[in-house]
Design a protein around this ligand. Sequence first.
Ligand code: ATP
Ligand code: MG
Ligand code: MG
Ligand code: MG
Length: 488
Amino acid sequence: MKSHDVRKQFLDFFQSKGHLIVPSAPIVLKDDPTLMFNNSGMAQFKEYFLGNGTPKSQRIADTQKCLRVSGKHNDLEDVGFDTYHHTMFEMLGNWSFGDYFKKEAINWAWELLTEVYKIPKENLYVSVFEGNPDENVPFDQEAWDLWKELIDEDRIILGNKKDNFWEMGDQGPCGPCSEIHVDLRSAEEKALVSGKSLVNNDHPQVVEIWNNVFMEFNRKADGSLEKLPAQHVDTGMGFERLCMALQGKTSNYDTDVFSPLIEKVEQITGLQYTSNEIQNISEEQNKINIAIRVVADHVRAVAFAIADGQLPSNTGAGYVIRRILRRAIRYGFTFLNTKEPFIYQLVAVLSNQLSEFFPEIKSQQTLVTNVIREEEASFLRTLDQGLQLLENVMNQTTGTEISGEKAFELYDTFGFPIDLTALILRERGYQLDEVGFEKAMQEQKSRSRAASEVSTEDWSVLIPGNVETFVGYDQTENEVKISRIRKI
Ligand code: ATP
Ligand code: MG
Ligand code: MG
Ligand code: MG
């Protein structure tokens, strides 16, 4: 089944169940000072869950462009290394605003997956919230009973608060989730290790595809829970992962969501990408594969952000976009040997693929192409010199820690985002003196402004009066924080 049809069938299915189909909200949030990018389907509806405003319909479904590169949901460091986390992805979702609840949500999810998409039941696992007496939240008996009617009991997993309970913040609507996971391993592998033990364990072929959140409670200021008068359903399914499952692949990058982009990169670079099915590839080919995945992933994030009005810049959301693009440019430069701008050529491919569902990518195609080409040209002017400087620094360093001052010089003079420098160092077995970097950054800035953000769960709370100084989770104007550095 082509990805185009996968998306369409999802929307048709929920339309047939009385849902209003709405367009995706922009990927960039301009009016929400607490969240830079849409990172889930429900973000555009959050006010309804808080009781402010009335939705156009009590049942809504859509596909939402999401970006998970900052804040609570930051998958950037996994992208390219694994085969199922992206920066930008589509989240298919259905919502009930005070209308249907667990029974319909669970039964419809199952009907869609097993009868419409025809995923074999023996490839699926589901999870149910186990309860947490310390926090006063009960086991989700109702979901358990509903699933038991549909799936073998030994395929139902009890999940903890981290994976199976959703809350917006310390207070407000919250409730248990049921997640659906798919096991795409071969029969031989399944016989050796049970899929159940691999759920939520970072196995690349046993992956979470759909999260069903049941907003059942309101958490009060004293921490206690009360039942919400009107209960809501909020679901999110990873479109690219669903396509992987339905197209018989074991990597999102082997689906037709990514193959046209990958083919274009192959054509431009003369290099080959090896599909996930091919075993025993060389170290060098592995690096090429990672770089191609990074480029094919990142161009989507950057192109959609620009199409939605967020140009790359030196602050806030614009800097997040610039960082993502520079990361892709450097992967190309180092591993794909691309010394000239090339990523901009992928925009036409994206536009061909996606303009039916996301017309903005076609209407903004010229602007997006030109901006990316300019950004590439400008970073390529200093990239080589910067890489040489870094090479010299590594050669001159005894031990494995690289000075923060040098990293700051790369940032300041050569335009190397700090996470890019950290990534390159990590590839070579070095670490960065983050404290030294931040100190150098502070010293250079004469105006020092206090960071104004207090992170909660999905949203941040701003200290009143400081709103204009807030430019993002990972970067405030005078301070760059490295949010998460994964050791590889
Ligand atoms: P995971 O545990 O795999 O990181 P999650 O629990 O963080 O996923 P949710 O917040 O529950 O994800 O989002 C709903 C669905 O969106 C997930 O079930 C998954 O299919 C998809 N999804 C989440 N993050 C990504 C991503 N970075 N790239 C692609 N799909 C994603
Ligand atoms: Mg996640
Ligand atoms: Mg998860
Ligand atoms: Mg989840």
